[in-house]
Design a protein around this ligand. Structure first.
Ligand SMILES: *[C@@H]1O[C@H](CO)[C@@H](O)[C@H](O)[C@H]1NC(C)=O
Ligand SMILES: *[C@@H]1O[C@H](CO)[C@@H](O)[C@H](O)[C@H]1NC(C)=O
Ligand SMILES: *[C@@H]1O[C@H](CO)[C@@H](O)[C@H](O)[C@H]1NC(C)=O
Ligand SMILES: *[C@@H]1O[C@H](CO)[C@@H](O)[C@H](O)[C@H]1NC(C)=O
Ligand SMILES: *[C@@H]1O[C@H](CO)[C@@H](O)[C@H](O)[C@H]1NC(C)=O
Length: 274
């Protein structure tokens, strides 16, 4: 399909859809080589997904492991996910989601979003990602929103804690200039307001020198962002370990200078194509 570049695309099947479940438990499932998302969780409440194995090749597009949307009270726990796209992604109108004891890789890491592409998206609130290990992924913990959002929305109360990164390209990332594959009008910035976000006890290695990148939206800065006990290293030869912050002033404790907004950019930054 062409869903990566066409927002009105004809979708192809996901391996498993869970829709309108309440008070449920899904466990011991293996999903292999989906054409699209492996699992799509939509309008579910109070449901736990446990002990899952999800696998597809790292070059397979749109094969998110678990995508959650319009759901409340979802736990994902004890999962091993390696795909060509996001390990777990959390879309709009999702609340009280916990992701614990999950290993990811290969793939694009754990993402909130993408948000702000469609009209009248609802808020994302109350996300906890804890005790996860990411290996050889393109991103670690990411919040991604599109520029030029048709309506304002909110992403708030999002907490990443006790995370191990092994050779992750962008370990800590807020990207409000997310525009893969397509043309975006960069001038109208993202209208997603991000607040109350913490990254705590994040350790391990970065594949690129830019280990922390917080690029928030112009005119609607991120608020109450905390970085606590960030211990990331870079062993390559593409320059020194560093960090970039734009339109955000995080509270930082327990991080060396290089990781503590070493560069604060006020200049417009280019759109990110991944
Ligand atoms: C889930 O909870 C929301 C409110 O929290 C409610 O509006 C919705 O009907 C519930 N969905 C199901 C499938 O029970
Ligand atoms: C999900 O996990 C949280 C925290 O561990 C727990 O409080 C909650 O009861 C769990 N929810 C379900 C549906 O199991
Ligand atoms: C963290 O997750 C791993 C699985 O990835 C699990 O083996 C371990 O028991 C978890 N640790 C805690 C403290 O929950
Ligand atoms: C580290 O990650 C990069 C980029 O994903 C990959 O090309 C490289 O093979 C990885 N290194 C190891 C030792 O796995
Ligand atoms: C953010 O946290 C503060 C302090 O805990 C709270 O007062 C505020 O309502 C929160 N904002 C949002 C949008 O959740």
């Amino acid at each position: 399909n062409d869903c990566h570049k066409n927002k009105n695309c004809k979708p192809i099947p996901v391996n498993l859809r869970f829709e309108f479940l309440t008070n449920s438990r899904v466990w011991d499932i293996t999903s292999l080589n989906s054409k699209n998302f492996h699992m799509h969780v939509f309008r579910c409440n109070h449901t736990t997904f446990q002990h899952l194995t999800i696998t597809s090749p790292d070059e397979s597009r749109n094969t998110d492991g678990i995508h959650i949307g319009a759901s409340t009270g979802i736990n994902i726990t004890q999962a091993k996910i390696g795909t060509g796209d996001d390990c777990v992604s959390i879309g709009d109108d999702s609340h009280q989601i916990t992701v614990t004891d999950v290993t990811c890789g290969p793939g694009h890491g754990i993402s909130i979003g993408s948000l702000g592409r469609y009209k009248e998206e609802k808020a994302v609130t109350g996300i906890i990602v804890k005790n996860c290990t990411l290996t050889n992924t393109q991103n670690g913990m990411r919040i991604k929103t599109w520029p030029d959002s048709p309506s304002p929305s909110i992403a708030s109360d999002i907490h990443f804690e006790d995370i191990i990164m092994v050779n992750v390209s962008n370990p800590i990332l807020i990207d409000q200039l997310y525009c893969p594959y397509t043309q975006c009008d960069q001038k109208p910035p993202s209208k997603v307001k991000i607040s109350n976000v913490s990254f705590k006890n994040i350790k391990g290695s970065s594949f690129t020198p830019l280990a922390v990148k917080l690029v928030c939206t112009r005119g609607i800065p991120c608020e109450n962002v905390e970085l606590t006990d960030i211990d990331l290293t870079y062993g390559g030869n593409q320059g020194p370990l560093t960090s970039l912050c734009s339109n955000v002033k995080p509270t930082i404790t327990g991080a060396i200078k290089a990781l503590a907004c070493a560069t604060s950019s006020l200049a417009p930054l280019p759109l990110s194509k991944k």
